[in-house]
Design a protein around this ligand. Sequence first.
Ligand code: BGC
Length: 432
Amino acid sequence: MHAFRFPEDFRLGVASAATQIEGGDTNNSWYDWCCAGHIKDGSTTLNANDHYHRWQEDLDLMVSMGIRHCRFGVEWSRIEPEEGRFDEAALAHYRTEIEAMVEAGVRPLLTLHHFTNPRWFEAMGAFENPRCVELYLRFAEKVVRAVGDLVGEYITINEPNVYTLNGYFGGGWPPGKNSLGAYRTVLTHMTACHIAGYQMLHRVRREMGYDDTRVSFANHLRVFQPYNKLVPLHRFFAWFAEKAFQGGISRAMCLGEQVFPLKAHPMIQKGRWCDFHAINYYSRSTISGLKDGVSPNVPVNDLGWEIYPDGIAEVCRKLHDITPLDIYITENGTCDNTDTFRSRYIYEHLKALSESDLPIKRYYHWCFCDNFEWLEGESARFGLVHIDYSTQQRTVKESGKFYSEMIAQHGVSEELYEQYCRQDYHTAEEKL
Ligand code: BGC
């Protein structure tokens, strides 16, 4: 039996991030990082999906596919191009786009910060600078005052752990640092921003007359397993990686606990700082030292990430055990450049969720259209919709058709499974 139905109150949507789709903005940290030659295929954020101009076309396509929930972001560097100078035209642009979305029956979930910073903010040290809390808050308040009547659900910050690990401990992302001290400081400041943002969003929307505000941060969670369970060092590193990468930040951002690897900060006080759990899940890490790894002979995607569907329910359980809240999967998806196993991937992750008894309310697929995939540039495709980067032509993939039919059925029938999901995965060894 492959068929299953989603619970009545479960909804499917799609996710994206401003810098990865909009194109055209040269005033942010990632554009500079691209120009410094860090992107594998030499592409930059300038092109992306040209969504800033084509948002209506993308919205129409989304609606035609039956998609009624959309997680998306705003670009801070467009809204505040210089410190303290806000661009009303940029705010108006986002307002127009969100109005059209709401009008079309698509419910927005708005991300305020997703990896990129305005150039001026990056130059002052971004989230390493203690002033970040005041600056992030001022920007976030501008946004909510501009669109708060249209948007009730917010993600304050996307994946603080991924941003911080890649940018401050490993050096692969801007600003290219490699310092445990900076890693801890940035995580601490981001937690302070989240908690202050949580309070501000509730306060401002209350002042605007709304009491349905829901706020969280997008928490990138992985399953960590020791490479060899019999080796104590492997077990230790798996435990440590879990704690340093996600365990501490989950407790700090959800409950205001001051735990390792965070430092003390006056804003980090006990409380409940999330209205729902927002989980981004992609893969499992197999650990034998301080590096990420993959077990031999397991299915992997085109970037070599293990495909481990049960993990999505395992990470939900972990977070639910920290504090029980509604769960939104705010990202899940895979790099499948030829769209040959994406439907199976989606099916298996949703099946794992449907078998769980946890309060899982939403699933936002990452992502709607292929887009600018950070260091991979335009070479790694995660979308339900194919983008031809030279013409910007959008074409719904087979997985997009599957997604759309799944929404219409509110589940997966045996026929739908047979039509789309009998696909093969490959191991890294087979791909060699
Ligand atoms: C990020 C996205 C990214 C996706 C796939 C997530 O960690 O939030 O921006 O494109 O993973 O790598």
